[in-house]
Design a protein around this ligand. Structure first.
Ligand SMILES: [Zn+2]
Length: 473
């Protein structure tokens, strides 16, 4: 309280002391570092500003600015208005009962509000949103934190021996609706104590035949894999587009899965995702929404290579050989859960690093991850699959590729030995090769790469449970 008063006083004094034109530059002089105690600057609102854009520019938050300036409606600011902008550790100023929430693909403001026992008006006020079009998948907004029990009948714990169907029955709601509200792709995977949101009346009503659609993980990042899962009320053919490319969907236990590789050079920002369900009669229904793609955290490196090795004829022929494999798409899915690390070594070069050769421009990027290891170190299959390439190449050296189904391929370069044959089926954990220093390589290591629908992505993401895959495949 005293703090708020102090801020108000500073503002009042500032207004008295320097009347008239702008005295706070609209360009940020500096952005406070996290953990730094709160300090504040005076900002004069310019055309096009929103509290959100101002908060972002100065490392502050909408609610902190609204509190300090006692704004009842953060969506109403006007050009020329003078605002104190707290920077640094603004969390002491933020209402303690608000939490960040990442907007999901099919979320409407009203759905998020219902799930957090509030109204869409209160949410838009808390976040300084002036239009519902400001909402998109991957955006982080503030929501009031919900204490258990405050939402009447909304958050419930799973009891021992509960199944999703029993919980649904107890609350008189369809099991799919419960599964959707809680983003459960496999209804048999419940654990005691797990908490459910029991969807309310205003739960998202998608256009039939769509029952649900989600994108994981959100927000998306350059160089990552996205899993798009769609549920429909009846058997349909699901197709879609993202980044001007078609998405191939495959059905498994009533869910349609589409895997998308976000290319390292995809523009950061908003991208339109379209999903279509086509009935056997030929009629189709489309849903669409915007997805936020974050910039990846990639470094830069210069590679010094003898000119002969970078002969365009050599690189083109080798790339062509690989490109012929990029459209590979087989069924079924050959993995479940996370992938196994192919060798123990730590990372010596990360995926996505922007690369320039000799004195050239940064036109390339590191298409895989380099793992440390001496020549002869065993390499194991990270998932089951089929050997689809065994080659001795000039740049990639002794090279091996596995197909894991659904357009997921992994590659292993610079090997000393390959322990499998073309066409061979391997199981997760099988010995497939040994680390080496062949091709364009300056020391023994494993270059491990991954393709999703022909797009190079970071395989390290797959070592973590970024999506809860059902067993089998
Ligand atoms: Zn590499």
């Amino acid at each position: 309280m005293g703090r708020r008063l102090a801020f108000a006083l500073v503002l009042a004094l500032a207004l008295l002391a320097v009347p008239g034109p702008l005295w706070a530059s609209s360009t940020p002089s500096r952005v406070a570092q996290p953990g730094e105690p709160a300090s504040e600057i005076l900002y004069v609102v310019e055309p096009g500003d929103t509290l959100f854009s101002i908060a972002q520019r100065y490392g502050s938050t909408v609610s902190a600015i609204a509190r300090v300036n006692r704004l009842d409606d953060p969506s109403r600011i006007y050009v020329g208005q003078r605002l104190m902008v707290p920077m640094g550790d603004v969390h002491g100023i933020d209402p303690p009962d608000s939490l960040p929430y990442v907007v999901q693909f099919t979320d409407r403001l009203v759905d998020i509000a219902v799930r957090h026992a509030t109204t869409w008006r209160a949410l838009s006020q808390l976040n300084g949103m002036v239009s519902p079009h400001g909402l998109y998948a991957g955006k982080t907004i503030q929501v009031p934190s919900t204490e258990e029990g405050r939402l009447e009948g909304a958050l419930r714990s799973v009891e021992p021996h509960d199944t999703l169907f029993r919980v649904a029955l107890r609350h008189d709601i369809p099991p799919w609706s419960l599964a959707f509200a809680n983003r459960i792709s496999n209804p048999t995977l419940l654990y005691p104590g797990q908490r459910f949101v029991i969807p309310g009346e205003a739960e998202r009503a998608l256009q039939p035949p769509f029952l649900s659609a989600s994108v994981d993980p959100l927000p998306a990042s350059q160089g990552e894999t996205l899993v798009i899962s769609v549920r429909a009320a009846r058997p349909v053919t699901v197709t879609g587009e993202l980044f001007d490319r078609g998405i191939r969907f495959l059905e498994e236990d009533g869910l349609y899965y589409g895997l998308v590789g976000v290319h390292v050079f995809t523009d950061p920002g908003l991208h339109e995702l379209r999903i279509r369900a086509t009935e056997s009669s030929g009629s189709s229904t489309e849903m669409s929404g915007r997805l936020l793609v974050h910039e990846g955290q990639f470094g830069y490196e210069r590679i010094h290579a003898p000119p002969g090795l970078l002969d365009p004829a050599v690189t083109a022929a080798e790339n062509e050989l690989l490109n012929a494999l990029r459209p590979t798409f087989t069924e079924p899915r050959r993995w479940s859960g996370t992938l196994q690390r192919p060798c123990e070594g730590s990372i010596s070069s990360h995926f996505g690093t922007r690369r320039a050769y000799n004195d050239g421009p940064y036109r390339g990027y590191h298409g895989g991850v380099d793992l440390r290891g001496s020549t002869g170190t065993p390499v194991y299959a990270p998932a089951s699959g089929t050997v689809v390439m065994v080659e001795d190449l000039i740049i990639r050296g002794r090279a091996l590729m596995l197909d894991h189904g659904w357009g997921v391929l992994t590659g292993y370069w610079h090997l000393s030995e390959i322990e499998v044959e073309l066409g061979q089926e391997v199981m997760q954990g099988d010995l497939i090769a040994r680390i080496g220093n062949t091709g364009l390589s300056t020391g023994a290591h494993l270059h491990w790469e991954m393709w999703i629908g022909g797009v190079n992505v970071n395989p390290m993401q797959w070592l973590e449970p970024f999506y809860r895959w059902p067993e089998g495949g």
